[in-house]
Design a protein around this ligand. Structure first.
Ligand code: CAA
Length: 258
């Protein structure tokens, strides 16, 4: 289907979604969020796709929720529409891995959107921040929660209270991003990483993602127990048999996603 605010392509087994509202630095207006949800749903349903890359432009992954669109909303407008939750869930609900490839600004809802992905690859130009406080509000798409879990209370609190941005080097040191990549290579490298994930057994990848995510919702004892159950369940897959047989036979496994 034609999209107006995003570009959608497939690169082999990888679904690539590029946020594309250059005039507003990819500000996340309602129409963009709707389109992003549709594109993610389509990749989720597509058996040929094993992983998804979400990226923006060289200048901005996304400069936040659309300030001009929300500026005049009333409390009842945002409450009744469950503003900022509704429509964003597809990123966190997606069972296939979603890699954020961030260059330039990832601010406010842009930083929150990147943090909703499974991990962030950052260009050396990336800048992360939660500047909502400077426009009289607070992060509304998980920023105070996910940033705090990612970088710890001191940095998260300072960033949320002052709006200070973190550059790519600081973000990597703090554990917000998994790696820094030269800006010119960012998308190609993100696609390579996603291709690597897509080579693995699809159901086992989903189980693995679910298990890592459980670490944020459970105690250690519960999490380890949950992991053990999922680990055991991989032994019910044909792909575990294939993977281990291939290792013993010194050949590349041929996973069937079963
Ligand atoms: N919403 C709507 N429009 C935005 C926008 C946003 N979040 N960010 C940038 N734009 C628009 C600008 O208004 C401008 O449009 P015009 O040319 O029509 O004036 C265009 O994008 C280019 O922006 P700038 O001229 O400001 O570009 P710059 O290079 O001088 O500055 C910037 C870049 C520092 C990112 C600056 O644009 C900025 O501060 N943006 C707002 C960042 C922000 O506060 N984000 C948080 C939003 S609230 C939120 O996200 C809530 C939540 O938790 C979900």
């Amino acid at each position: 289907m034609p999209y107006e605010n995003i570009l959608v392509e497939t690169r082999g087994p990888v679904g690539l979604i590029t946020l594309n509202r250059p005039k507003a630095l990819n500000a996340l207006c309602a129409a963009l969020i709707r389109e992003l949800g549709l594109a993610l749903d389509a990749f989720e349903a597509d058996n040929e796709i094993g992983a998804i890359v979400l990226t923006g432009s060289e200048k901005a992954f996304a400069a936040g929720a659309d300030i001009k669109e929300m500026a005049t909303k009333s409390y009842m407008d945002v409450y009744l529409a469950d503003f900022i939750t509704h429509g964003w869930e597809q990123v966190t609900k997606c069972r296939k891995p979603v890699v954020a490839a961030v260059a330039g600004y990832a601010l406010g809802g842009g930083c929150e959107m990147a943090m909703m992905c499974d991990f962030i690859l950052a260009a050396d130009t990336a800048k992360f921040g939660q500047p909502e406080i400077t426009i009289g509000t607070i992060p509304g798409a998980g920023g105070t929660q996910r940033l705090t879990r990612a970088v710890g209370k001191a940095k998260a609190m300072e960033m949320c209270l002052t709006g200070r941005m973190m550059d790519a080097a600081e973000a990597e040191r703090a554990g917000l991003v998994s790696r820094i990549i030269p800006a010119a290579d960012l998308v190609d490298e993100a696609i390579k990483v996603a291709e690597r994930i897509a080579e693995m057994s699809r159901p086992v990848v989903m189980l693995c993602k679910e298990s890592v995510n459980a670490a944020f919702e459970t105690t250690l004892t519960q999490g380890v127990k949950f992991e053990r159950r999922l680990f055991h369940s991989t032994f019910a897959t044909e792909d575990q048999k294939e993977g281990m047989a291939a290792f013993a036979e010194k050949r590349t496994p041929s996973f069937k996603n079963r």
